[in-house]
Design a protein. Structure first.
Length: 74
C-alpha cells in the first residue's frame, strides 16, 4: 500500500503520526518515518518535493547545530 506525504507549513509530515523525520533506505529504495515506521514509497514524492524536503531538512539540521553550539559555548 502506498501512502502520500502530507505537507504542513510547506514541510512534509507522516500522515500516520505527523512526524517530520524520515529515513531513506537506499538499499530497499524506500523512505520511511523514523517515529512510527510507516513506509512512504519514494515515487510518491516528486523530485521537486524531495528537493524541497531535503533543503528544509538540511535547514533544520543547520538550525539545530547552531542552537546547540550557541547553548553549549556560552
Amino acid at each position: 500500500m502506498t501512502y502520500l506525504v502530507i505537507y504542513i507549513n510547506g514541510h512534509p509530515v507522516c500522515p500516520e503520526c505527523y512526524g517530520n523525520d524520515f529515513i531513506t533506505d537506499l538499499f530497499h529504495d524506500e523512505i520511511y518515518c523514523s517515529q512510527c515506521g510507516l513506509v512512504i514509497k519514494d515515487n510518491t514524492i516528486s523530485n521537486i518535493r524531495t528537493g524541497q524536503y531535503l533543503k528544509a531538512r538540511q535547514d533544520k539540521i543547520d538550525r539545530e547545530i547552531k542552537d546547540y553550539l550557541k547553548t553549549h559555548h556560552e
